[in-house]
Ligand binder design. Sequence first.
Ligand code: SF4
Ligand code: SF4
Length: 196
Amino acid sequence: MRDWFRNLTTAVVTVAQGMGVTLLAALRTYRRKTYTEAYEYPEKPLPVAARYRGFHRFDLTACIGCDKCAVACPVDCIYIDKTMDTGPDGKKGFRVDGFTIDYTKCMFCALCVDPCPVDCIFMGSTHDLSCYTRDGCSVDFAKLPLEAAWGRATLNPTVVAESKSLDAPVWVKGEPGMPAPNGAAVLPVIEKPAAA
Ligand code: SF4
Ligand code: SF4
């Protein structure tokens, strides 16, 4: 009989504690107001911590195509398309034609960041990537406008969708108006934006 009363008391106290936690959470939510009232997403993105690991930032104008990031990636989700080329200074090097990260596989571990010898890839503060199809999760940073790939513009679905129609990188080393590798277009010289 004593056990029966002890179990009953424990059950009542446990349920009361659970309800108390639920009530406190509900009151906090009521005080904070709804999520969209507080953050007005997407116009005002959610503030993130200084060392937050969001979607990458990649500087096409500095990348030397050394593959160290791709080798370090534990899930092999970085695909680099490059060709050996001679620059305007006569030196040989790689021209990066594509730098794709498959975000259906990326786990945001940042292991690709540290090996980069020229610091042209790091984890940015963008925390969302909306896309119209699953293909939109594969982002070719060499086809994005530089301000979206490296600068402060968000990795929005429009620039990612538009990048799918390009067959040449948005920037190549060389003179102003240098033709794209396939000779199909004359690329404008784009000023390198400040890092985000
Ligand atoms: S964050 Fe990790 S999983 Fe994602 S591309 Fe870099 S190394 Fe690969
Ligand atoms: S490690 Fe850096 S320089 Fe080398 S391919 Fe990756 S991003 Fe480019």
